[in-house]
Design a protein around this ligand. Structure first.
Ligand code: NAD
Ligand code: UDP
Ligand code: UDP
Length: 338
């Protein structure tokens, strides 16, 4: 696994054959939908390394077997190629539901958020499993409250280009709460803010992966609009810790999981430049429709109730994804004859 070394946490104890850490409690059987993706594969590493059994359901829409190949052969790990839009029967204790086309270039194509979430909630109800939904800061839309608290209901355009994602996740939250109230399913809702790290999809158009890949390829970093819009960037191991704390805790949520450090896209470009290549340049491009002007989580609820807060700043986290990106870009570019 080329990326686990640079992520700083995935390599420790995640390899088959280690004595399970889950001493003193029952070994759990856990489904991770979307487990072949960026966040999912890091979560799977953590669950395997603490000694649990993990079943990944993924249709490889944006995920890759490469993200999990280091677990093949581990008897506590299983990978099922399946689209969560179709029902599935399994017997499990917990469901982490991540499956979703998560980037603007992909998420228009798929009813996963509604049908996939319904099926996973139906599964949770049938077997009495605890269900965690990975919702998103996008439920706040272009927010009129700053920073965003969980009590804010959001400002989403229901008919815009982003709305299938935003409204899809809002519907998924609604379904989760309905199953919680109506069928006593134990649900947990995480609202995830922009997250980055090794194994991020290389070409799915998100800003951190774009800038890092562009700087490595010696191409200009593409800043959309005037670059003054802000985002708050969280390193993936912090998110994974938050997801597990939420699943294991007693609170339904929703909980914001994000790093409150707020950066403009121009500032992000500057950090990427300092980290990767001091000669990197930027190039302005027109912005996309309905782009939120600013976004920053208020994480006091997660701090208080989950005892969780992120530990890794952008300047610490960015270097941890560079080796992984470099080697994948080299392979890919060589593959394309570049
Ligand atoms: P990703 O694209 O790397 O992972 C998503 C995974 O889901 C992929 O492996 C994909 O193949 C799989 N998938 C998609 N549709 C599926 C379907 N119908 N059936 C089965 N599998 C399917 O994205 P990610 O960044 O790892 O995101 C994981 C979750 O976190 C998503 O639900 C996303 O909405 C949420 N989230 C992520 C971020 C972020 O910044 N990364 C921010 C907010 C929310
Ligand atoms: N479902 C599933 N696996 C299960 C149980 C249910 O995929 O183990 C699906 C089921 O096919 C349905 C959805 O989850 O499409 C919701 O199930 P639920 O039992 O809540 O609703 P119902 O089938 O009663 O409408
Ligand atoms: N963005 C950019 N250059 C890029 C890709 C994105 O300036 O190459 C901007 C985009 O307009 C948005 C911000 O970066 O303002 C974050 O975009 P991303 O798609 O990563 O996340 P999201 O909009 O979902 O928060």
């Amino acid at each position: 696994d080329s990326s686990s070394g640079s992520s700083g946490f995935a390599s420790k104890g995640s390899f088959p054959g280690r004595i399970p850490a889950a001493i003193g409690r029952k070994r759990l059987r856990i489904v991770v939908t979307g487990g072949a993706g960026f966040v999912g594969s890091h979560l799977v590493d953590k669950l395997i390394s603490r000694g649990d059994e993990v079943i990944v359901i993924d249709n490889f829409f944006t995920g890759r077997k490469d993200n999990l190949v280091h677990l093949f052969g581990n008897p506590r790990f299983e990978l099922i190629r399946h689209d969560v839009v179709d029902p599935i029967l399994l017997e499990v204790d917990q469901i982490y539901h991540l499956a979703c086309p998560a980037s603007p270039v992909h998420y228009k194509y798929n009813p996963t958020n509604v049908m996939g979430t319904l099926n996973m909630l139906g599964l949770a109800k049938r077997v009495g499993a605890r269900f965690l939904l990975t919702s998103t800061s996008e439920v706040y839309g272009d927010p009129l409250e700053h920073p965003q608290k969980e009590t804010y209901w959001g400002n989403v355009n229901p008919i815009g280009e982003r709305s299938c994602y935003d409204e899809g996740k809002r519907t998924a939250e609604t379904l989760a709460m309905d199953y919680n109230r109506g069928a006593d399913v134990e649900v947990r809702i995480a609202r995830i803010f922009n997250t980055y790290g090794p194994r991020m999809c290389l070409d799915d158009g998100r800003v951190v992966s774009n800038f890092v890949a562009q700087a490595i390829r010696k191409q200009p970093m593409t800043v959309y609009g005037d670059g003054k819009q802000t985002r708050s960037f969280q390193y993936v191991s912090d998110l994974v810790d938050g997801l597990v704390a939420l699943m294991e805790g007693e609170h339904v949520g929703p909980f914001n999981l994000g790093n409150p450090g707020e950066f403009t896209m121009l500032e992000l470009a500057e950090v990427v430049k300092e980290t990767i290549d001091s000669s990197a340049t930027i190039e302005f491009r027109p912005n996309t429709a309905d782009d939120p002007h600013k976004r920053k989580p208020d994480i006091s609820k997660a701090k208080e109730l989950l005892n969780w807060e992120p530990k890794i700043s952008l300047r610490e986290g960015l270097p941890l994804m560079v080796n992984d990106f470099r080697s994948r870009i080299l392979e890919g570019d060589e593959g394309r004859g570049l």
